[in-house]
Design a protein around this ligand. Structure first.
Ligand SMILES: *Cc1c(COP(=O)(O)O)cnc(C)c1O
Length: 422
């Protein structure tokens, strides 16, 4: 009997996964009739809500015309329209967009672009990448090399390439800047790129830091001739309060990776945005200087149609209004729960709230996460703490009642845990 091997799942101890038959708005509906509030936007991809009708109908219409063709030889209307719309949504500095399938591939592409651009520009010695403590950029060998190391990367450690590591700006901004300056100064002509999640380090524990510090990081990086890569895979499409996190910065990066919310959470597609300088480094009559990267489904027409419909929604202004309203509600409930004795370091960035639970060990394998997952699911809420960091990252259609109920359940859980500890 063939079994489904689920992601990030220890099957020896995991309960059977409930079957979800349909999803709408902020809710998942199980086969047994139970309704689940999706407080984590199904791993951060569902931005507007499930089954958003405008995107659903755009995909349906596209299936009547064209689903997939080889992008190395052809283009299609959905891709052209996507590029056209995206060019209105992002800064004109980003004049080139490369399509792939996931956040990991968008980041692999970003890193290959940066290293390759230096290579073709006569700086083949620029191969080193600088990344930060707690970073997460994907689970492929290449992106997990750049991400923080730990229990997740242990079995593959020998396969990972070396990356220079500096303290996280969220832990200690001064130490981060100082270490980065020293490193860039000492190895100035060997650094290809600095890679960062702008404003929020997501998987590393919803760690927030300011746009001002990010500006200083970018400035320093570019002053030393290295490329700055923003991994906006999670922050893109409203999460941090603006459509993109970089819009809160004064200094723009050289490369931006987008994925998760790009199709509104409907289909896998990712985009890596690059400046003229990056593109031009590969622009020669010499075929050897081609950017050699592709995935079979590059520019999938259904995904492009979904992304176009998503961008149309953003053009309408409604998502931004919903983001603003959700951010205000999140602040209200965060302020309320912040008074709970088990809550440590309550914080919010845009539509995301997070805090640590005080009497947990702080280790990712601590059992707070599975216990809260079970507790909340029994009460109709999907939560998935990162170690002892609880966070709420819901779709933008979330109502005040949905959210209030979510915080009530988190409070009940903390009451129960603290009562038992006392
Ligand atoms: C989720 C995530 C990725 C990886 O995206 P996938 O689509 O899962 O490959 C990369 N970077 C960040 C910041 C992410 O949150």
């Amino acid at each position: 009997m063939l079994n489904l091997w689920r992601p990030f799942t220890q099957h020896a101890i995991a309960a059977d996964a409930p079957v979800v038959t349909h999803a709408e708005g902020a809710y998942l509906y199980q086969a047994d009739g139970k309704k689940i509030f999706d407080a984590i936007s199904s791993w951060w991809v569902t931005i507007h809500g499930h089954s958003e009708p405008h995107i659903a109908s755009a995909i349906r219409a596209q299936t009547e015309k064209l689903s997939q063709i080889i992008m190395a030889n052809f283009t299609h209307e959905a891709a052209q329209e996507f590029v056209h719309k995206l060019s209105h949504a992002v800064d004109p500095k980003f004049a080139h967009v490369f399509l792939s399938d996931s956040g990991s591939t968008a980041m692999e592409v970003a890193i290959k672009m940066a290293v390759g651009a230096h290579f073709h520009n006569g700086e083949a010695q620029r191969t080193k990448i600088i990344a930060f403590d707690h970073a997460y950029h994907g689970d492929t060998i290449g992106t997990s090399s750049v991400g923080a190391r730990g229990v997740f990367t242990k079995p593959n450690e020998k396969l990972l390439y070396d990356v220079l590591r500096v303290p996280s700006p969220a832990d200690d901004a001064a130490a981060c800047l100082k270490n980065l300056e020293v490193m860039l100064g000492a190895l100035h002509d060997e650094i290809a790129a600095v890679v960062i999640e702008p404003l929020v380090q997501g998987s590393g524990g919803m760690k927030f830091y300011s746009a001002d510090v990010l500006d200083q990081i970018t400035l320093m990086t570019q002053r030393h001739g290295a490329y700055m890569i923003f991994d906006e895979v999670m922050t893109g499409f409203g999460r941090t309060g603006t459509m993109f996190a970089y819009q809160q910065c004064k200094i723009l990066p050289d490369i931006i990776a987008l994925a998760k919310g790009l199709t509104g959470g409907f289909l896998p597609m990712a985009a890596t945005l690059a400046t003229d300088e990056i593109f031009d480094a590969f622009y020669y009559e010499d075929r050897a200087k081609t950017f050699f990267h592709s995935t079979s489904y590059t520019g999938n027409a259904l995904a492009c149609a979904a992304a176009v419909a998503n961008l149309e929604l953003w053009e309408s202004g409604t998502p931004q209004k919903n983001v603003d309203a959700l951010a205000a509600l999140q602040q209200k409930f965060l302020d309320e729960i912040a008074t709970h004795p088990a809550v440590k370091n309550p914080r919010r960035c845009g539509t995301i709230t997070a805090f640590e639970m005080e009497d947990a060990s702080g280790n990712y394998l601590s059992d707070i996460s599975p216990r809260l997952q079970k507790f909340s699911l029994e009460r109709g809420i999907l939560l998935r703490p990162l170690g002892n960091t609880l966070y709420v990252l819901p779709p933008y259609c979330t109502t005040e009642d949905d959210l209030e109920n979510c915080y009530v359940v988190m409070r009940e859980f903390m009451d129960q845990v603290t009562a038992r500890a006392a």
